[in-house]
Write a protein that binds this ligand. Structure first.
Ligand code: GLU
Length: 575
């Protein structure tokens, strides 16, 4: 799920300028990184993207890695080179048949320095270019290689960057005297607002002076591509007074929610109406999403079902195994980045089956947005912390607003003020976090609209606080998990006023010695956090915010790397 950058410039630039751009892609992976330039710099290291040796150059490629194949080591970090060192590549994706290719290349005498799938690309071109030119070698690559790739390839003594993609995202930024290739526009959105987006199976030759595109369909055919002028502010406000981005982003939730509500009422009003019409013309809605966005989608299902619209949510990586689609199905993708590979793969080809696609996306111009018939921007702004916080809130705001267009009553317009008032309880939540920092397991239970919230809080506790947590339906406890409740096991019960069943489930764990913590809009005789909600949608958002703050303070107490937890990346661009 790495990030890649390639620059071809008329004027010389500094290697560390490339590193600055690469840093902007670090949300895609941060276990190791590397850079190669036309003036001989070749450096790679394990760890976060950081300063490299100063080097002036006119061409460079760079990579920040999230390992898929091969351990996190310096040798496995990209770039990778051919045996003679003339060809150097960076790759985002997974080459599925790399072992087969490696065996074939090894038989021809190629020696490999890494355990990665990616290294075969450099050797493949070294081998093929012995007998044909670059375009023919690229045709062979498209024909033989299985898997996903966005590749940047440079050759000694050649001013061109050769680039080709299938599956993984790639975009060309056209800046003053400089062409920039990158995994997304964010890498260069502070330098230019002109971009050419790659589609599937495209190849381009990019130099400082220009570019040529080709489409592969058994052979390469020249292609004219449109330059798009994009609008996306990329304000770099940094962490401001906050110690971590996670806390800053939680505190931005009221403002982000207000911005989205305003946008759906005015700027995106037409889009919301178009989406409403698409839902009215469909028989059912099926959400497709992963991780936190899946939990928001479950709430979307709840809200829409309440409004009388048949809805389901399926986890993206299993989408095709667990649903049947027809031309009366509207698929709604929910994804922060719009680049989640599991979601993209789920959507591939379904338009051809007559299925319409809508989406809720935070990053404009992303692949999912471009694949959609209609796409609503959730306007949360840049989210840097790997854990989704303000984007979850805005996904839920958007979905409850959508349901309200069908008569589902909620007080979502008041949510910015309500989050603000909840944030005033941060000290109390912090105190609770101190008492939870050493626990091994936490269970969170909810019913109905608070069930997806239970799952979302559990996910936060796992990914950021490294605590084993399970978020589950209160009614399911007695069917097995209750066996794990011991004296003192913390159970967070999401208890909306009037939900008597969750009170019973809470008493069941209490009777078995659990330490019960209640999150409710009513008062109970338990250790508790009271949230100012009057409706289901607000309850679900506010209870999640409690979970976000609790997780943050537990992780901080444990001195964990809050914004960049181990083994993860923000945007999962591989399957
Ligand atoms: N499969 C390659 C590797 O493991 C690239 C991974 C990525 O896209 O981050 O090195």
């Amino acid at each position: 799920m790495c990030g890649i950058i390639g620059i071809a410039s008329r004027k010389e630039f500094e290697s560390n300028d490339v590193i600055k751009m690469l840093k902007r892609l670090e949300y895609r992976g941060y276990d190791s990184f590397g850079i190669a330039t036309d003036t001989g710099l070749f450096e790679k290291e394990v760890g976060e993207v950081r300063h490299v040796s100063d080097n002036r150059c006119t061409q460079a490629i760079a990579h920040t890695r999230w390992a898929t194949t091969g351990k996190v080591t310096k040798e496995n970090a990209h770039p990778h080179s051919s045996c003679d060192g003339n060809i150097t590549i960076v790759h985002n994706g997974i080459i599925d048949n790399y072992l087969e290719l490696k065996e074939w290349l090894a038989a021809k005498g190629h020696q490999f320095k890494s355990e990665t799938d990616s290294e075969v690309i450099a050797h493949f071109f070294e081998e093929e270019l012995k007998t044909c030119d670059m375009r023919h070698a690229v045709e062979k690559f498209f024909a033989l290689v299985k898997g996903e790739f966005a590749v940047l390839l440079i050759m000694k003594g050649d001013d061109m960057i050769y680039t080709f993609k299938r599956g993984s995202p790639l975009v060309l930024g056209i800046a003053d005297g400089m062409n920039i290739l990158a995994s997304d526009i964010y890498a260069f959105s502070n330098r230019t607002n002109k971009a050419v987006f790659f589609s599937e199976d495209e190849f381009a030759e990019v130099s400082a002076g220009g570019y040529k595109f080709y489409k592969y369909d058994s052979q390469l055919v020249p292609l004219t591509k449109e330059i798009q002028v994009f609008e996306w502010e990329s304000k770099e406000s940094g962490k401001m007074q906050y110690e971590h981005y996670m806390l800053k982003e939680i505190h931005e939730e009221p403002e982000a929610a207000a911005r989205l509500i305003d946008s759906m009422k005015y700027e995106q009003k037409e889009k919301m109406n178009e989406l409403k019409k698409m839902i009215e013309d469909s028989k059912r809605v099926v959400f497709v999403a992963a991780g936190t966005s899946y939990h928001a989608s479950l709430l979307g299902v709840y809200f829409l079902n309440k409004a009388g619209i048949e809805s389901h949510a399926i986890i993206a990586s299993e989408f095709r195994n667990f649903t049947l689609l027809d031309d009366r199905t509207l698929v709604i993708a929910v994804t922060q980045s719009g680049e989640t590979m599991d979601v993209i793969q789920a959507l591939h080809g379904i338009k051809g089956e007559g299925v319409k696609i809508a989406s809720f996306v935070n990053v404009p111009y992303s692949t999912v947005q471009r694949m959609s018939n209609v796409s609503v921007n959730i306007c949360a702004g840049q989210e840097v912390c790997v854990a989704a916080t303000k984007t979850f809130v805005n996904q839920v705001v958007a979905l409850s607003y959508l349901a309200s267009l069908f008569g589902y009553e909620n007080g979502i317009e008041k949510i910015p003020d309500k989050i603000n008032s909840l944030l005033r309880q941060e000290e109390k939540i912090k105190g609770m976090a101190e008492t939870l920092k050493n626990v091994r397991d936490i269970y969170i239970i909810g019913r109905g609209f608070s069930y997806p919230v239970a799952r979302e809080i559990a996910l936060k506790l796992k990914e950021i606080a490294y605590i084993h947590a399970e978020g589950m339906m209160g009614g399911e406890l007695k069917h097995g998990t209750l066996a794990l409740i011991e004296n003192g096991t913390p159970v967070i019960s999401l208890m909306p006023e009037g939900d008597n069943h969750i009170i019973s489930n809470t008493k069941e764990v209490e009777a078995r010695g659990a330490r019960v913590i209640v999150v409710s809009n009513s008062s109970f005789d338990y250790e508790s956090i009271k949230i100012p909600s009057e409706d289901e949608a607000s309850f679900s958002i506010l209870a999640t915010v409690v979970g976000q703050l609790l997780t943050y303070h537990v992780a901080k107490e444990k001195r964990l790397p809050v914004d960049k937890p181990r083994n993860l990346a923000k945007s999962c661009t591989v399957v």
